[in-house]
Design a protein around this ligand. Structure first.
Ligand SMILES: [Zn+2]
Length: 174
């Protein structure tokens, strides 16, 4: 189901809403003259991605940008990747549709996204079988081997235990 299906109203009402959403979105964008990136200045959540309220839902800002430009959502099983490797960039010209695995390989090769993981991904890394090498985990999760080693040794995300449990009592500023 497309996020666009959440709109309830006439075509004319939709056109007004759509135009206002784009205005609201663009007000939160800053242009980087050097890279051409559109830097998202709206809210970002802890996974590092910008978020934007659209049709009563919070969606990733770069996803909205894709929708705004192409007037459709990415095809099924595809994700939107940044060709500029800047996850807060919402320039639709810097976004491509790709498969999850190509995106991760690209991120790893470019050395970017080196420490961006979701809580769930960190849990999965901590819980991973000890026979799985950091190299394999690095490939699987699209982060550097250094990041994997930091997670496994407890230098990063130490407030998630080896069993993947959330341990707020050890939460401190990294
Ligand atoms: Zn960019």
């Amino acid at each position: 189901m497309s996020v666009l299906d959440n709109f309830c109203g006439t075509q004319a009402e939709w056109e007004v809403y759509w135009k206002q959403a784009i205005d609201r979105f663009m007000l939160k964008v800053e242009l980087d003259g050097k890279t051409g990136c559109w830097i998202w200045k709206g809210c970002t959540i802890w996974d590092g991605y910008g978020h934007f309220r659209f049709l009563d839902k919070m969606i990733r800002a770069h996803r909205f940008s894709f929708l705004m430009y192409y007037k459709r959502e990415p095809k099924q099983n595809l994700v939107i990747a940044h060709t500029c490797n800047n996850i807060v960039c919402v320039n639709p010209m810097h976004l491509v549709e790709t498969t999850q695995s190509v995106n991760m390989q690209h991120s790893m090769l470019s050395g970017n996204k080196s420490s961006i993981l979701t809580y769930k991904e960190v849990q999965d890394i901590k819980k991973s079988n000890k026979n799985v090498s950091p190299q394999d985990l690095s490939l699987k999760f699209g982060v550097s081997i250094k990041t994997i080693n930091r997670i496994l040794s407890g230098k990063r995300w130490h407030y998630i235990s080896e069993d993947g449990e959330w341990q707020p009592q050890v939460l401190r500023q990294d």
